[in-house]
Write a protein that binds this ligand. Structure first.
Ligand code: PEP
Length: 261
C-alpha cells in the first residue's frame, strides 16, 4: 500500500502523535479531545494518536469511540502478570482502558525516572504481548551530540530496547527519534539533521532485522515540532511523522500539525 502525500508517494503511513504529558486534568483532557475530533476528522493521510494521562485514558477513549483518533498511554509496567506491583499499570490494563499504543522510553522517563534500555525492552515486549503498538523513544543529549556520539547513543538505545524482538514484532513498533536537546526547548533539529538520524536508524534496523522490516517501520521525529515546521520535516524521506509535546496541548495547533499537507 502506498500513501498519497501531496506529490510524493509514501510507503509508510505517517503517524502524528500528541504527548500530553502531565498537563491536563480529566475534564481538560476530554474537552481537548472533543475539540480535536472534528478538526482532524478528514485526516486520512496519517494515523492520529493522543496520549492523555492514565487517569483520563478510559474516559477520553470512550468519548472518541468511532473517531479516527487513537489513544496512547505514556508509559506502562514491565509485564502483564497481575499481582503485587503497587503503582504499576500493565499494558493489558491499558488496552482494557481503550489504548492502542504505549509510548516507551521517553527521555523524561530516562532522565528522571530511571528508565533504562533494559526496562524499555521489557516494556516493549509486554506492550506487544498485550496486542498494543509500542512507540519506542530514542535520542541523544546535547553533550553526546557535541562529542560526536549521537549515532552511537541512538544505536545502543535501539539495540537494547529492541533486543530479542523478531521482524514480526517490529510490525507493531514505531520508533520516535527525539533529540533530548530539542524537547521542549524550541530548538528543532533541522530537517537535514532529522533525515540524517532517521536514515541511520533505518540502517540499524536493516542490519538487525533486514531490509523489508527496516523499510516498513515508521520513524517519527520529536522535539519542538510546531505547525510552522512540520511540513519541512515531513518532506524528508525517512521522517514518517511526529511525536509532539507542547504543540499538542491545544487542539487547534495539534490539528494544524496533523493537517500539515
Ligand atoms: C515530547 O515530549 O515528546 C516532545 C517532543 O515535546 P516538545 O514537542 O514540546 O518538544
Amino acid at each position: 500500500m502506498r500513501y498519497r502525500d501531496d506529490i510524493i508517494f509514501r510507503m509508510r503511513k505517517p503517524v502524528i502523535a500528541g504527548n500530553w504529558k502531565m498537563f491536563k486534568l480529566l475534564q481538560e483532557s476530554v474537552d481537548a479531545a472533543l475539540q480535536l475530533k472534528p478538526l482532524v476528522a478528514n485526516a486520512n493521510h496519517c494515523d492520529v494518536v493522543i496520549a492523555p494521562v492514565f487517569t483520563a485514558l478510559k474516559t477520553v477513549a470512550d468519548r472518541l469511540e468511532g473517531s479516527n483518533i487513537q489513544i496512547a498511554a505514556q508509559d506502562c509496567a514491565i509485564q502483564n502478570d497481575f499481582g503485587a506491583h503497587t503503582g504499576e499499570v500493565a499494558p493489558v490494563m491499558l488496552k482494557d482502558a481503550g489504548s492502542s499504543h504505549v509510548i516507551i522510553g521517553h527521555s523524561e522517563r530516562r532522565q528522571f525516572y530511571g528508565e533504562t534500555d533494559e526496562s524499555v525492552n521489557w516494556k516493549t515486549m509486554a506492550t506487544l504481548a498485550a496486542g498494543l503498538t509500542a512507540i519506542v523513544c530514542v535520542g541523544e543529549k546535547l553533550e553526546e551530540r557535541d562529542a560526536g556520539n549521537a549515532e552511537t547513543v541512538v544505536k545502543t538505545q535501539l539495540e537494547g530496547g529492541l533486543s530479542g524482538l523478531t521482524a514480526n514484532d517490529l510490525e507493531r513498533i514505531i520508533i520516535a527519534y527525539e533529540p533530548v536537546w530539542a524537547i521542549g526547548t524550541g530548538k528543532t533539529a533541522t530537517p537535514e539533521q532529522a533525515q540524517e538520524m532517521h536514515g541511520f536508524i533505518r540502517n540499524c534496523l536493516n542490519e538487525s532485522h533486514g531490509n523489508e522490516t527496516a523499510e516498513n517501520v515508521r520513524v517519527l521525529y520529536g522535539g519542538s515540532v510546531k505547525p510552522d515546521n512540520i511540513s519541512t520535516l515531513m518532506s524528508q524521506p525517512d521522517v514518517d511523522g511526529a511525536l509532539v509535546g507542547g504543540a499538542s496541548l491545544e487542539a487547534e495547533s495539534f490539528a494544524k500539525i496533523v493537517n500539515y499537507k
